[in-house]
Write a protein of this length. Structure first.
Length: 106
């Protein structure tokens, strides 16, 4: 009788996921295996690091009147934004907690 009760508790605990090897959805990505990119925050584009979002960069020269000579930024082609290199422009990255599986073993 004692064996049946212990076995019954083991099965009940396994069914409700109390510390046994029972996969549960990841609490960080809610089971999707993906998280919002932490660099672009899901916006796909981020500010160009070369021109700081201005679209222009200094050539290193001054005009005759003392003004800096500017040119279109070569990195972003004058747009001021580039595709996020951390997520390859997708807006999401593989979940660091479950490593993309979407579940955590108990």
């Amino acid at each position: 009788m004692k064996k049946k009760i212990i076995m019954g508790l083991f099965v009940l605990a396994a069914v409700i996921g109390m510390g046994f090897a029972y996969p549960r959805p990841c609490s960080m990505c809610f089971g999707s295996g993906q998280q919002t990119c932490t660099r672009c925050y899901g916006n796909v584009y981020s500010k160009c690091p070369k021109c700081h979002g201005e679209g222009e960069e200094w050539t290193g020269q001054f005009a005759s009147n003392g003004d800096m000579v500017m040119r279109r930024c070569l990195r972003c082609d004058g747009v001021g934004e580039i595709r996020c290199s951390a997520c390859n422009g997708e807006g999401t990255r593989t979940c660091n907690y479950c490593h993309g599986t979407g579940s955590i073993d108990g």
